[in-house]
Each structure stands twice: as C-alpha cells, then as structure tokens.
Design a protein around this ligand. Structure first.
Ligand SMILES: Cc1cc2nc3c(=O)[nH]c(=O)nc-3n(C[C@H](O)[C@H](O)[C@H](O)COP(=O)(O)O)c2cc1C
Length: 221
C-alpha cells in the first residue's frame, strides 16, 4: 500500500490491543524514522514496550488505553520546527498505517516520555502507536467554501489535494487552514485565526495536500 492510500484509512485511535509490534515491522519503522529524521532535520525516536508514559491520569482522561509504544518528535529550536514536525511526523503516521498499525497525535494527554534528547533539542510532540482496538472513525469537516473557496472551478489535481488535506488530523479537529489556488500552478496554504498547534497542523495538512495533488503538479506559493 502506498502512503497516499493510507490517507483514507487513517483515523486517530486511542485504545490499543495487547499485541507487541513484530521485529520486522519495528525494523521498517526504525528505518523510516531514521530517514525522516535526516530529511527533516529532526530527532524522531520510537519508544517500544513502555506503558508508563500513557499510564497517567491525563492520558486516561483523554481516553487513551493500553498505549505501550509511541513516537517522540524533537528537534533544535528553530522557527519552522513545529511545521517540520507536523510534515515529517505525518509521513511516519501514514507509513505506520500501511504496515497495519494505528496512531494518534498527542500534544497534551500524555505523561513523561522516555525520549533521549540531544543538547539544544526540544520535545515537540508524541504519536501513540500500536494495533488499535478499532480503526477509528472519520472526523467531521468544515465547509469546503470556508477551507478552500477556489475548489469548485479548480483543476483535478487541486481538488485531489484539498480532498486529502480535509482528511488530515488537526488538533481538536480545528481545521484552521485555508488552501487557495493562485496564478498558474501555485498553491497558497495558510493558517486561519488562532488556536493551539496551528503550525503543526499546517505541516500535517501540507503533507496530505502534496500526496493528494502530486508534488509534480504544483508549487507552494
Ligand atoms: C497537533 C495535534 C495534537 C493533538 N493532540 C491530541 C491530544 O493531546 N489528545 C488527543 O486525544 N488527541 C489529540 N490529537 C488528535 C486530534 O484530536 C484528532 O486528530 C482530530 O480530532 C481529528 O480526528 P482524526 O485524527 O481521527 O481524523 C491531536 C492532533 C494533532 C494534529
């Protein structure tokens, strides 16, 4: 399965089965995390078989159950750190989905992670990882006329990009982004209003748009 196909299958999953991740799947995940860390200038670590981080009241209150594996995304404090964490983290999320795993981005509802940070690095966000009790459910979408007013008259590649962007996870499903078609094949994506984790969301949404539209069909404005 390609990453693009995983977009339709992915939903946040917070309750997991008590099944360890197999050795060969771990190897594929580790390899991909290493590659993405390099490409994104990030430190993406996977912590396996560690139940304590999500065994706290906050996580239980957030409806997390049986989380024993998680990904920690960290990086040097730079202006675009959050957006990069979103973009490369979502590539990881989709890869995990192709391998039959489920995930959930987790900014708040977790305890202390076991990630080992290097000097000057900041922990940005976690992603829970494992075999879900269910496959989750589709989220509600804001109106297309709000998120992408150019949609109706736009070329096919743009529509596919927006369709994929609508399926992107955003913090509290806030979908505070706008996608506009500019002159030629330029696409402008921006955040709209205020809210938590907007830059992370933006990176995630960009990742989905690129996979849906095809990078070869457009340029970011
Ligand atoms: C940046 C970010 C942070 C998130 N933080 C949390 C969190 O702390 N706790 C939680 O339960 N879900 C969290 N989520 C998951 C969102 O609630 C979820 O993605 C959204 O409701 C859309 O649902 P879906 O992922 O099933 O499409 C987060 C998602 C994103 C993108």
């Amino acid at each position: 399965m390609e990453l693009k196909e995983a977009i339709d299958l992915r939903h946040s999953v917070r309750r997991y089965r008590d099944v360890p991740i197999e050795k060969d799947i771990r190897e594929q995940l580790d390899e991909y995390a290493f590659l993405l860390s390099k490409q994104g200038g990030l430190n993406i670590q996977i912590v396996y078989d560690e139940p304590e981080c999500f065994n706290v009241r906050l996580a239980r209150y957030g409806h997390f159950e049986n989380v024993k594996n998680y990904v920690v995304i960290s990086g040097k404090k730079e202006k675009d750190l959050e957006e990069r964490a979103g973009y490369y983290g979502e590539l990881f999320v989709l890869k995990a989905q192709t391998l039959g795993l489920n995930t959930c981005w987790v900014a708040l509802t977790h305890g202390k992670s076991r990630a080992v940070l290097k000097d000057g690095e900041k922990e940005v966000i976690l992603i829970s990882l494992g075999y879900g009790e269910s496959q989750g459910v589709s989220h509600k979408n804001k109106d297309l006329s709000v998120l992408s007013p150019d949609y109706a008259g736009a070329p096919d590649w743009f529509k596919k990009g927006v369709d994929a962007a609508l399926k992107a996870p955003t913090a509290t499903n806030q979908q505070k982004f706008r996608i506009a078609l500019k002159e030629g094949n330029k696409v402008k994506i921006s955040t709209a209003g205020i809210g938590p984790y907007l830059k992370l969301d933006l990176g995630i949404v960009k990742c989905h748009f690129e996979l849906g539209a095809g990078k070869e069909n457009f340029e970011w404005a």
